[in-house]
Design a protein around this ligand. Structure first.
Ligand code: MG
Length: 388
C-alpha cells in the first residue's frame, strides 16, 4: 500500500457572540483537516493544529513530498523522519501541529486495515470514558447568574462535571496577561472570580467535578494566592496557572497547593512534557492530540506520565475529529482521567459528523465501534465552512 495524495481542508466558523478566557478572545473557531489517500482506495482523516493557517502551508509545501509514495502503515518511521528532517525549525509548535493531523490520518488508515476501532487497536483499557463539559467562558453581558444557569444546564443533561474559566483579572502579577488581544474586555476582579466559582459549585452540587482554567495568565505568587482562595470549592484541578515556559513557577504552585495542577495544552511533544512532568510542574498531563504529534507522540507522553504516577486528561478543543480521536486515546491508556467535551456552540464539532457523539444517560461516552476513528464527515458542512 502506498500514499498517493495528501489534502488539507481549512475550516472556520464565527463565534456569535464571541467569548473569552484569560488568554484571549475567541471570535471564530477553526480547524485543519488532513486527508491521506492510498492506492488501495483507503483514506484516513485527521485534524492538525490550525496554527493560524501555518500548518496547512507546511503540510502542502514541505511535508507532502516526504509522504507521497510511502507505506502508510510505517507510521512511526514517517513520524520520526518528519521530526528529524524539520529539526532546525520544528520540534515544537507548527511541526507538531502538522504531525498531529498526519499521524491521526495514518492511524485512521491502520484501523481500517485492521478492521478495528482505534482504541481497540491500541489495546483498549475501557469501553466508555467520562467526559466533562468544557465551558464557563467570559462573555459580554454574562454575569454570575448566567454562568450558574449554564452550569445547571450541564448538570441537567447528565454531565458529571464541568470546567470554567478564571483569571481574566486586571492585575495578575504577570505581564503576559496584557499582551493578549482585547485584554481589557470582560475583565473581572479576583473576588468576582470567586463568586463565579461559588455559584457554579452550588449549581453542580458538592460531588460533581469542577475544574478552573487560568490559561497561563497568573504569576506564580498570584496563582498560589488565588489557589488558596479557591480551596473551599473542592476543585479537581487548576489548569495552566502560569506561563507555559515558567516550569519552576508552575512547580512552585504545584508544591504550594493541595489542588492538583493540570497542563499544559500550550506545551507539546514528549520532550516538552518530559520537563513538565519530571520537574513537578504538573500533577495531570493535558497533551492535545492535534497540537502535540497525534496518537504516536501522545501515547508516549501518557506512558511517561504513567511511569511518574500522573493521570492524563487530554486537551480537546477543536472539531469533532479531535474530539473522537481524544476519546479513542483516553479509552486506550491506563491513566486516562476525563475527556474534555467543549460545549461552546461550534458547528465544526456538532454538525461535522454524520453520526454525532452522544452523552449516555449515565454521563459516560463510548468511542465509535467502526474501524479506525470510525467517523464520516458531512460534505455539505465542509463546503459551507471551508476557508477558500
Ligand atoms: Mg485550557
Amino acid at each position: 500500500m502506498k500514499i498517493v495524495d495528501i489534502r488539507t481542508i481549512a475550516l472556520r466558523s464565527a463565534c456569535d457572540p464571541p467569548y473569552a478566557s484569560a488568554g484571549g478572545f475567541l471570535s471564530s473557531r477553526a480547524g485543519l483537516i488532513v486527508e491521506i489517500a492510498t492506492d488501495g482506495g483507503l483514506t484516513g482523516i485527521g485534524e492538525a493544529g490550525f496554527a493560524g493557517g501555518a500548518a496547512q502551508t507546511l503540510i502542502e509545501g514541505e511535508l507532502k513530498a516526504m509522504l507521497l509514495g510511502e507505506d502508510p502503515l510505517l507510521i512511526e518511521g514517517i513520524w520520526q523522519r518528519i521530526f528529524a528532517r524539520t529539526r532546525h525549525y520544528g520540534r515544537r509548535g507548527v511541526v507538531m501541529s502538522a504531525l498531529g493531523g498526519i499521524d491521526m490520518a495514518l492511524w485512521d488508515i491502520a484501523g481500517k486495515v485492521a478492521k478495528l476501532p482505534l482504541y481497540r487497536l491500541f489495546g483498549a483499557c475501557r469501553e466508555r470514558v467520562e467526559p466533562y463539559a468544557s465551558g464557563g467562558f467570559y462573555a459580554p453581558g454574562k454575569g454570575v447568574e448566567e454562568l450558574a444557569a449554564e452550569a445547571e444546564g450541564y448538570r441537567a443533561r447528565g454531565f458529571r462535571g464541568m470546567k470554567m474559566k478564571v483569571g481574566r483579572n486586571p492585575s495578575t502579577g504577570s505581564p503576559n496577561r496584557h499582551f493578549v488581544a482585547d485584554a481589557e474586555l470582560c475583565e473581572v476582579e479576583p473576588e468576582e472570580d470567586l463568586a463565579r466559582v461559588a455559584a457554579v459549585r452550588r449549581a453542580l452540587g458538592p460531588k460533581a467535578r469542577l475544574m478552573v482554567d487560568a490559561n497561563c495568565a497568573w504569576s506564580p505568587a498570584f496563582a498560589i494566592e488565588r489557589g488558596r482562595a479557591l480551596e473551599p470549592y473542592g476543585l479537581s484541578w487548576i489548569e495552566e496557572p502560569v506561563a507555559t515556559d515558567d516550569i519552576a513557577g508552575s512547580a512552585a504552585v504545584a508544591d504550594a497547593l493541595a489542588t492538583p495542577i493540570a497542563g499544559y495544552e500550550t506545551e507539546n511533544g514528549l520532550f516538552g512534557f518530559r520537563e513538565l512532568i519530571l520537574r513537578g510542574a504538573i500533577d495531570i498531563a493535558q497533551p492535545n492530540l492535534s497540537l502535540s504529534g497525534g496518537f504516536s507522540e501522545c501515547r508516549r507522553i501518557a506512558a511517561l506520565a504513567q511511569a511518574c504516577g500522573k493521570m492524563v486528561a487530554p486537551h480537546a478543543f477543536g472539531t469533532a475529529i479531535l474530539l473522537v480521536a481524544s476519546l479513542h486515546f483516553l479509552a486506550s491508556i491506563p491513566n486516562g482521567l476525563v475527556l474534555e467535551f467543549d460545549q461552546n456552540e461550534n458547528p465544526l464539532r456538532d454538525a461535522l459528523l454524520r453520526e454525532p457523539l452522544t452523552l449516555g444517560k449515565d454521563g459516560l461516552i463510548a468511542p465509535p465501534e467502526r474501524p479506525g476513528l470510525g467517523i464520516a464527515l458531512d460534505p455539505a458542512l465542509l463546503e459551507r465552512y471551508r476557508i477558500p
